[in-house]
Design a protein around this ligand. Sequence first.
Ligand SMILES: [Zn+2]
Length: 168
Amino acid sequence: MQCEVCGRKIFGTPNRAVIEGANMSVCDKCMKLSSGTWEPKPKPQPRPRTGVMRQPLPFAKRKTTVSVPETFELVADVGTQVRKARMKAGMSHDDLGRKIREKVSVLRKIESGKMVPDLVLAERLEHTLKITLRVPVSEPEVKNVSSTKPLGTTLGDLIHFKEKGANK
Ligand SMILES: [Zn+2]
C-alpha cells in the first residue's frame, strides 16, 4: 500500500484523507493536508420505492386534472359515436383534432374502428362532443396486474435477489 499523495509506503492502515474533494489513502504525514476523512462505502442499497410515493410531486396535480377511474370501460361503438357526434356538431377531423389536441390521423383511426382511444382521450372526446364513451364497469374487473407479479415474492425477496445479481 502506497500513499496516494507522496508515494511513500504506508505501514499499517492507511489514513483516509479527503484532499481537494477526492478520497485518498495517504500516509500519516500527508494526512495533515487532509480536509477530512471519508468512510469506505458499502455497496449502494437499493432505495425502496415507497419513499417516492410519500411525497407527491407538486406538478402532478397540474399535469392531469382528470383522474380516470379504472372502473370505466369504453362503449363498443366508440368510432361510430365519435363520427356521429362530430358530424352533428358540424366539425371536420381537423376541427376536432384541434379542439382536443389530437392528431387527425388518430381521429380517423378511431372513427374507422382501427384504434380504440385510451380513457383520457375518450374523456376529452366526451366533453368536446357531449357524448358518452365511457361506461362504468358493472362488475369490478380483475385486472391482470396481480398475476404478472410472481406469487409469493415479497419486496424483500426482490431486493435480496437484486443484490445477489449485483455481486456477480
Ligand atoms: Zn504521503
